[in-house]
Write a protein that binds this ligand. Structure first.
Ligand code: HEC
Ligand code: HEC
Length: 345
């Protein structure tokens, strides 16, 4: 087994007892307010809390924003799955701050920003519901996010709807905090007429921004992988991912992501592609970028050369399989930080 996978496995095995053993801390049973809301004066905090309750319900009676058809019972069923299977990492409020969240790299998703990485939609767009379903079914390779492929369909549907409750609650909370801070007041009409429709329209728009490859999927030959390698070097991929895809670059490539965590470019040779390893998955990562991270979208710069995207897919498939094919390049970094240098005192 490749070393990097061993390490990832060891990290995972070490973590399992943390959240499944007897010392497990039961996740909290109420929602917490964000720092931005808590920084508001007292009466605005009360107003914000009232609006959040009105539109998103409470822990004991959750509500899906803008949707009165989904029953509280269904959402409570989703909550039961969530509290048992997800809250240890993602936190009761969905802030990514569950009891084990802080030990993980990458950190569990903080849903409250409404930003998701592994979407089939263009850069900056919301995910489709199906994207969330796929992530939860498959897990995220090379991270702590497990696969829930054995979860019965009904429970999966319920837990996804509950993740959407938490996500929309977080998005509304962020908007409310910004408006209350700027205006010094919070008029319920602004929430009803502006903020809620704005959030819902962005999710509805995602259905119109699905990435569909312009040219059909080609055969992935060695020649194509070599063309992909040339493009990888010419189009700037190697600036972040290194010439060989291991993300070992001279310059410090670490960046802060949208959630305020330090991240670094993926080691494409790790054999573990977080966003999935089908050619279409990889095509979407390159075409649409990865929301919230430094991975840019290449749809604009490559719009006149759709085959170049496929060539790069071929190259990514080639490098990601190098270990499986018997070559063993040293792994890239598992964590975002650079290794310690010797010139420190
Ligand atoms: C052991 C910790 C852990 C558990 C348990 C866990 N997750 Fe995650 N989850 C993560 C991590 C870590 C990530 C971030 C992966 C990344 O950024 O590459 C994540 C990411 C996600 C994402 C975001 C995907 C995207 O496209 O951005 C969703 C949605 C998600 N998890 C849902 C769930 C649900 C639903 C459950 C329970 C059924 C669950 N997770 C259980 C750790 C966990
Ligand atoms: C400015 C830096 C930067 C550039 C330029 C860049 N990437 Fe990335 N790339 C990243 C980062 C950061 C990630 C990891 C995102 C995450 O999951 O947190 C990433 C992730 C990826 C992934 C997903 C890996 C996975 O685990 O699924 C692929 C594929 C990829 N990049 C390919 C490319 C290709 C091909 C190019 C050039 C066309 C490119 N990248 C250019 C920073 C960059």
């Amino acid at each position: 087994m490749p070393r990097s996978r061993n390490v990832a496995l060891a990290v995972f095995v070490l973590m399992v007892p943390l959240w499944s053993s007897g010392c497990r801390k039961a996740p909290a049973e109420e929602f917490t307010l964000s720092d931005a809301i808590r920084a508001l004066p007292g009466e605005l905090q009360v107003a914000a809390r009232t609006e959040l309750r009105e539109h998103c319900g409470s822990f004991s009676a959750p509500k899906l924003l803008g949707n009165d058809e989904i029953s509280v019972e269904h959402l409570r069923a989703g909550q039961a799955v969530y509290q048992q299977q997800c809250a240890q990492c993602h936190g009761t409020t969905g802030d990514g701050n569950g009891p084990v969240g802080g030990f993980l790299y990458p950190r569990p998703r903080d849903y409250r920003k409404g930003i998701f990485k592994f979407t089939s939609t263009r850069y900056g767009s919301k995910p489709l519901r199906d994207d969330l379903v796929r992530t939860v079914r498959q897990g995220v390779a090379g991270t702590a996010m497990p696969s829930f492929k054995l979860l019965p369909q009904e429970q999966l549907d319920a837990v996804i709807d509950y993740v959407l409750v938490l996500t929309h609650r977080g998005e509304l909370e962020e908007q409310i905090a910004a408006v209350a801070d700027a205006d010094g007041e919070l008029a319920p009409e602004i929430v009803d007429d502006d903020l809620v429709p704005l959030i819902l329209s962005r999710w509805a728009e995602a259905r119109e921004s699905i990435i569909t490859p312009v040219t059909p999927e080609p055969e992935f030959t060695t020649e194509r992988a070599l063309l992909g390698r040339t493009a990888f070097l010419e189009k700037g991929c190697s600036k972040c991912h290194g010439d060989d895809g291991r993300a070992q670059t001279a310059e410090d490539p670490t960046k802060e992501d949208a959630w305020g965590n330090i991240t670094r470019p993926a080691d494409l040779t790790s054999g573990m592609l977080r966003g999935g390893r089908t050619p279409t998955d990889i095509y979407r990562r390159i075409h649409g970028g990865i929301n919230g991270t430094a991975m840019p979208a290449f749809d604009q710069s490559l719009k006149d050369e759709p085959d170049t995207v496929w060539n790069m897919v071929a190259y990514v498939l080639y490098v990601t399989d190098r270990r499986r094919d018997g070559e063993s390049p040293a792994p890239g970094y598992l964590r975002p930080y650079l290794p310690p240098t010797n010139d420190k005192p």
